[in-house]
Design a protein around this ligand. Structure first.
Ligand code: 5GP
Length: 127
């Protein structure tokens, strides 16, 4: 079954300028802004501008230009935050939730970039 994109989701509204965001980075196909409920000193969401529900949807159906732009946007955000280990930063965690088991709240692809402290164990230790 193909994904059905809900254009009333909160990130679609941010992209249309209907609700504000604290923008960190913008390119032709991507936007990055601060999470409204930060879980770390840096908590940035990076989204593609196109209507993609989650990462596998994007990976299978986005254009090469969108995928390139989005990947570069994530790198640019890490540079902007000064967290990339390769340039002296202290590191970060990147998370992309999808669907029910992934506990995705907003059905528009986003990666979370969390940084500014040790982010702790990758997941809850539960089988
Ligand atoms: P998910 O669980 O879908 O991976 O994460 C969705 C994220 O979106 C959450 O971390 C939540 O705090 C954030 N969020 C929800 N509504 C808004 C909003 O209106 N503005 C911003 N900037 N972030 C939001």
């Amino acid at each position: 079954m193909e994904y059905q994109y809900d254009d009333q989701n909160i990130f679609a509204k941010i992209l249309r300028g209907e609700i504000p965001c604290k923008k960190l980075y913008e390119s032709e196909h991507s936007l990055a802004f601060s999470d409204i409920a930060p879980k770390a000193p840096h908590h940035v969401l990076v989204i593609p501008k196109g209507p993609y529900v989650c990462y596998d949807h994007f990976a299978r159906t986005a254009t090469d230009a969108e995928i390139l732009d989005y990947t570069r946007a994530i790198g640019a955000v890490c540079d902007e935050l000064g967290v990339a280990p390769g340039t002296g930063g202290n590191g970060y965690r990147m998370i992309a939730n999808a669907g029910n088991d992934g506990v995705q709240e907003v059905p528009h692809l986003h990666v979370h970039i969390l940084a500014g402290r040790n982010i702790g164990p990758m997941v809850l230790m539960r089988p």
